[in-house]
Structure formats: C-alpha cells, structure tokens
Design a protein around this ligand. Sequence first.
Ligand code: NAD
Length: 295
Amino acid sequence: MTIRLNDQVAIVTGAGGGLGRCHALALAARGAKVVVNDLGAEPAEAVAEEIRAAGGEAVSHACSVSDYDAVEAMVSKVMDQWGRVDILVNNAGILRDKTFAKMELDDFTTVLDVHLMGSVNCTKAVWEIMRNQQYGRIVMTTSSSGLFGNFGQSNYGAAKLALVGLMQTLSLEGHKYNIRVNSLAPTAATQMTEGLMPAEVLEKLKPETVSPGVVFLCSEDAPSRTILAAGAGSFETAHITLTKGVYIGDDEDAADQIAAHFAQISDRTGDQVPGMGSAQGQQEISNLIASQQKG
Ligand SMILES: NC(=O)c1ccc[n+]([C@@H]2O[C@H](COP(=O)([O-])OP(=O)(O)OC[C@H]3O[C@@H](n4cnc5c(N)ncnc54)[C@H](O)[C@@H]3O)[C@@H](O)[C@H]2O)c1
C-alpha cells in the first residue's frame, strides 16, 4: 500500500452515513486527519468517534453545505485547529425524485442548492487555502443519473452533471497550483438507493467498495479532470467526447445537409476528449479550412 495521506487534512461532506462515512474511514485509514461533516451532529460525531477508536484523527462538524457562512465557519475552525486543508470530498446529497411533469420548481432548486451550490460553497471556502498551499485534491460526486439520465431524476441529474462542468473549469484553473479536481460516479447500497434495486443486488454494492476510488483521486499522484465511475469493486472512466465532424457550411440547405450527413457527423471513429472548450472551435475552423483547400 503506497498511498499515504499522513499530515494531510480532509473534509468529507455528508459523511455521517452512506458513502461519505466510508470515504472518511478510508481517508483516515491512510493517515489523513478527517473533518466529518453532515447535517446532524450525532451521526457526524459517531463517524468521527469511529475513526478515533481505530487510532485515527477526526473531528465532526455539523452544518449544511448549502449555507455558505456555515461552511466558511467550518473551514476557518479547521484552519485554526489543523492549519491546512488538502482534500475536499463533496459528497453531501439529497433526492427529490418525481417525473418532470409532476416536479415543483422548489424540488428543483432544493436539489441544486445541496448538490451544486453545496459543492460550490465548500470548494470556494477552501480554494484560496489550496492555492496558497500549492496543493489540493477535490472530488465532486456526480452520478450515472447526471451522466446518462434516469427516469424521475431531472433535478438530480441536472445538478450532478453541473458538477462535472464545475470540475472541467476548476481543474484548468487549479492546474498551476497543483490543485486536481475529479468527479466520482458511485453505485452503492445506501439509504439513498434503498428499495431501488433488489436486495441481492444491493448486497453486492457495498459503499466500502467505492471508497478506494476516492482515496486514489485524493492521492498525490491523482489525475485531474477524470470522471471515475465505481461500484461493486469495478472502476471505469466516463468521457465527454467530440466527434471529428463534417463541414456543412451555411448554404440555404444546411439543415438538410446536416440531416443527410448525420450518421457521419455522429460517427465516433477518431473522436477526442477535448483538453478544454476552445478545442471545439479550433476543430471547426480546421474543418472549414480543410474544406476550402479541397474546394
Ligand atoms: N448511492 C448511490 O448509488 C449513488 C449513486 C450516484 C451518486 N451518489 C451520490 O453519492 C453521495 C452520497 O450518497 P449516499 O448514497 O451515501 O446517500 P446518503 O443519503 O446515505 O448520504 C448523504 C449524506 O449527505 C447528508 N446531507 C444531505 N444534505 C446535506 C447538507 N445540506 N449538508 C450536509 N450534509 C448533507 C445526509 O445527511 C447524508 O448523511 C451523494 O452526493 C449522492 O448523490 C450516490
């Protein structure tokens, strides 16, 4: 076991149970001092106590990630106590599942507030600290529902994919400060997934099997800008890709040309994972120039 996190300080949000608890235990087992955050003081303190009982260092801090002032107060307490924050695992989350037709706008904003703004708040509160330290590892918790969709989860899926968008830019902005930002798409049997799958499947999806992925994403040699999927001991990466495309131009029949060439436009042979957004424009200009040279 070569990954060590000694002398590092980690904040794990929503760590009073489920995946967050397992992440907190796994980071502590590698030597990190862990701040166990959750809404409720009791579950958070129970997990901190579990870490201390196993010989690790942990404190609990109850607050809502959607309350920026409370998050800032948590981070400043951690700085007073331990003087640094190396790792942030944005894990806290809730569900308000309904089909879009039945969903109230409140169900949408509440979910965005916890997943998206909760992660923004916690990241914002540690960003300057990590920049000054020239070191930081941040994990966003995305979801297959955001990456690929899931019936009844338009609010949750939108919030979860927004976190991938946040990761894309923060990993670019954090690069020169050695801040690496990644996303985890877990599958695990927790209170969140209770009843969603048959018991014998849930049995295989122990949250403990996901946490090694978090330890890796929080390690010194972590990649950046990776979407790591994890469940039942399997690990995959997911990608947002760009196909090579076809130059169509802007003749009057351009829309018809798109229809006629759609199979080629969406052909994934030779597609790329762009290093940043500008790669799309560069490819489009290259396609235009290539078509002019041909003509
Ligand atoms: N379990 C899965 O299969 C699965 C799949 C994809 C994504 N996820 C994501 O993984 C994360 C953990 O989920 P889980 O399955 O362990 O669920 P969980 O419900 O067991 O854990 C979520 C924790 O977040 C806490 N929390 C909720 N709102 C909070 C807030 N405002 N501030 C602080 N803490 C708050 C809850 O109290 C709870 O302890 C979530 O972000 C979830 O969306 C889980």
